[in-house]
Write a new protein. Structure first.
Length: 320
């Protein structure tokens, strides 16, 4: 069998992409996938930069999707998905996995990637690259899950903000300049803030500790871990003129928190309330994005995020 050859590192993405397009057999596609992964690992070890690693990761993901489509076709030719203990059964699908020494869990993941729509896939590549984040299979599969669910998912004491909520908050507040997301999590705010300024981010799980950050910024916007709210707020107030944290509103009203805000020379400017997800009903507190601003001495404006969105839509609509 003649295999399609992939250029050696440093990778020529256009040539490699053309090789993938020409590949017609699963063996060829898997070989391209393995070559791309080898380049990605080598780039990481050589500290060649995220852009180089992501270029190889993009080729790997494209190869995995093509391999997944081929595997789906092979499985359909066998009459559907094999039952359990496929290694003890015949059929083209089982033989193919055995011949390629490919674990069934890997094959299923590639099939799942293949089922993701092209628009969703390309959006994931674009958003993740723009946010200077790592392209991964797990990230792609997460992105494929509907992001338009108006709830907030809890992970330990951290809450992960849905992308539509992050975008609505950013649109309502219109930040500018250098914007820091100190607890990036799944990256929703990082993506949502990109149109408004130069976005920087921290995430302790990725080795970027916000509490070691010392560079002044214009805005800090985040959804911080509740257990670290006070420490996060105190540090944020030393770095930015505008601080926005999305939490249950009671976090802001203890005497210690009010002293922190006033003592740092800040004023409470905006509170954007969002609908409380059912997972938070037991707390008894509303959830909102509070905006405090250095030097602000005016009244606190309290509105719902939905009302602010509606007002923004009316203001941007043409006069009949």
């Amino acid at each position: 069998m003649t295999l399609v050859r992939v250029p050696a590192a440093p990778i020529d993405f256009r040539r490699a992409q053309a090789a993938l397009s020409r590949a017609t057999t699963l063996t060829d596609v898997v070989r391209i996938r393995e070559s791309a992964e080898a380049v990605r690992v080598a780039a990481e070890k050589a500290k060649a930069g995220l852009a180089t690693a992501n270029q190889a990761a993009e080729l790997r993901l494209r190869a995995e999707r093509k391999a997944g489509r081929l595997l789906l076709g092979i499985e359909r030719s066998d009459g559907g998905r094999p039952t359990k203990n496929t290694r003890h059964r015949g059929g083209n699908f089982t033989r193919t996995l055995r011949d390629l020494d490919l674990p069934e869990t890997t094959a299923r993941r590639w099939q799942a990637e293949a089922k993701i729509g092209t628009e969703t896939f390309e959006t994931y590549l674009r958003d993740t690259t723009t946010a200077a984040e790592e392209l991964t299979s797990a990230g792609l599969l997460r992105a494929a899950r509907s992001p338009f669910v108006p709830v907030i998912a809890i992970r330990d004491d951290r809450i992960m903000t849905p992308l539509p909520v992050a975008r609505a908050i950013a649109a309502a507040l219109q930040p500018s300049g250098t914007i820091l997301e100190p607890f990036a999590g799944d990256g929703s705010f990082v993506r949502a803030l990109r149109p408004y300024g130069r976005v920087r981010w921290c995430e302790i799980d990725r080795g970027r500790d916000f509490f070691r950050w010392t560079e002044p910024v214009s805005w800090i916007i985040s959804n911080p871990p509740w257990s670290q709210f006070r420490a996060a707020l105190d540090h944020a107030l030393t770095l930015a003129d505008h601080v926005v944290f999305l939490v249950t509103v009671n976090h802001w009203w203890t005497r210690a928190r009010v002293r922190s805000v006033k003592g740092a020379g800040f004023g409470y400017r905006d509170l954007l309330l969002i609908d409380t997800p059912h997972t938070f009903r037991a707390t008894g507190f509303a959830i909102g994005a509070m905006h405090v601003e250095r030097g602000y001495a005016g009244p606190l404006a309290i509105t719902s995020l939905a009302e602010r969105q509606h007002a923004t839509t009316l203001m941007s609509s043409p006069i009949p």
